[in-house]
Design a protein around this ligand. Structure first.
Ligand code: CAO
Length: 416
């Protein structure tokens, strides 16, 4: 018996690019039957973007669409519209991330969908929620900028910086997935579907929550003592960029390790957690700092973070990042190596946990992917390859009751 957590849940996946597909991929990993609807001929634009092998679906597409089925359907043709309506009646959830107004232009208003299937949950990603930008198209970095991430990332003397972590796209997809399973749970009591909206700006802001905390602290105190601007620099009226400072009350910084001159990732993140301050002093050979008034308390240390980290760095530069990790972990000193993508791809433990997975694909061969980072003890994830364009059109139409003759007519019309 298929006892996956979401088995039996059918998702009409009308998503493209990254944000929406992240959400439906997660739902597929939890066991939902995800039917991805794509335009005949071209499909999701990412199939052809950033291609590394000519004529083969890109890694961009294959890494965001695992465990799904693909149906091609022209939503603007007569037959395609009918098929879409059958799918709406057949499925529990519709997920989409089209530009604002695109669903309505296809005739798929919330009212129409709800009329066809009152139990249907409709999950949407949009760039912005209601307001001055609600009609705008949005990509990842726009969301990072509008959600407060860019203005608070980077160094004080440089421009705003966007993060390599796709918090706008994949971050919003995660938020939407939670909204959808919550609505599914609610439906078990109410019997009705509802709309779930995850705007990208809001999702990024949610992930930047601590910066809004700091904005209010700044307004009260005109200074933020754990920020690198303290005690020498000036604070303005908005939260400044904090470089590599730790986001919380435990001061941290990125320090060079042995080999940094040639290896761009020979660095370690080092946190001077108060509880292990004596151990830090012992490791770096500054035991007098344990009792010296200038260093003994977390409050006093905030005035000297730069020289403290410079001294710790003298020590980390004498070790590789992995040697430093090994020593520091013996003392429970929180730290982490700066891992390159190459190191992550080769990491045996991430492979063992199923977070880095090798998948066989019929046209590209074997490729690496990020598996399900959320582990359910009774519903383990088996990562399967992304579908080829329209690979399951016939299979799904047969399930919907379409005959071979119906399918021929739809094909002749260009609807599938
Ligand atoms: N059959 C027929 N038409 C289809 C179709 C199908 N199966 N699938 C899509 N289309 C049509 C849509 O109906 C739309 O047509 P209209 O413009 O005539 O209404 C058209 O394809 C294009 O859709 P789009 O405007 O969403 O696509 P785009 O490439 O121009 O914009 C994006 C992409 C991402 C900027 C936009 O979709 C968007 O802002 N989405 C919401 C925010 C979001 O998710 N952003 C994250 C993207 S990942 O970085």
């Amino acid at each position: 018996m298929d006892d996956k957590a979401l088995s039996g849940v059918r998702i009409l996946d009308f998503t493209h690019v990254q944000s929406g597909p992240t959400c439906t991929q997660l739902l597929a990993w939890f066991g939902a039957d995800v039917i991805k609807v794509e335009r005949p001929g071209e499909g999701d634009a990412t199939r052809g973007q950033l291609r590394d092998i000519p004529g083969v679906d890109s890694l961009y597409f294959t890494m965001l669409n695992h465990n799904k089925r693909s149906v091609t359907l022209n939503a603007k043709s007569r037959g395609g519209k009918q098929l879409l309506e059958s799918l709406i009646k057949h499925c529990d959830v519709l997920v989409e991330n089209f530009a604002p107004g695109a669903m309505e232009r296809m005739g798929l208003t919330w009212e129409r969908i709800h009329e066809l299937n009152p139990r249907m949950i409709v999950g949407s990603v949009k760039g912005f929620g209601p307001g001055r930008y609600e009609d705008c198209k949005v990509y990842e970095n726009v969301a990072q900028c509008a959600g407060g991430a860019a203005s608070t990332t980077g160094f004080d003397d440089g421009p705003p910086v966007v993060s390599g972590a796709q918090i706008g796209d994949s971050g919003t997809g995660l938020h939407l997935a939670l909204g959808i399973v919550t609505a599914l749970y609610h439906r078990t009591r109410s019997g009705r579907g509802q709309k779930v909206l995850a705007p990208m700006q809001d999702a990024v802001l949610n992930l930047c929550r601590v910066k809004l905390r700091d904005q209010q602290r700044l307004e009260r105190a005109h200074s933020l003592h754990e920020y690198p601007q303290y005690p020498d620099g000036k604070f303005g009226d908005a939260v400044p960029r904090a470089g590599n400072a730790s986001g919380g009350g435990q001061p941290g910084w990125i320090l060079r390790c042995k080999g940094w001159e040639t290896d761009p990732n020979a660095y370690i993140y080092f946190i001077t957690q108060a509880a292990v301050w004596p151990a830090v002093c012992k490791v770096i050979g500054e035991e007098e700092w344990i009792t010296d008034e200038a260093y003994a308390t977390p409050q006093a240390r905030l005035l000297h973070l730069k020289p403290i980290f410079a001294r710790i760095e003298q020590w980390t530069m004498s070790k590789t990042k992995f040697e430093a990790m090994e020593i520091l972990n013996q003392y429970d000193i929180p730290c982490g190596p700066i891992l390159s993508m190459k190191e992550i791809a080769e990491d045996p433990w991430l492979r063992q946990s199923g977070t880095v997975v090798e998948v066989e694909h019929p046209t590209r061969g074997r490729h690496l992917t990020v598996g399900n980072p959320i582990k359910l003890s009774d519903s383990p994830t088996e990562v399967t390859r992304a579908p080829l364009l329209g690979e399951h059109t016939e299979e799904v139409l047969l399930e919907l009751g379409y005959t071979a003759g119906d399918m021929k007519a739809l094909r002749d019309e260009g609807a599938i």
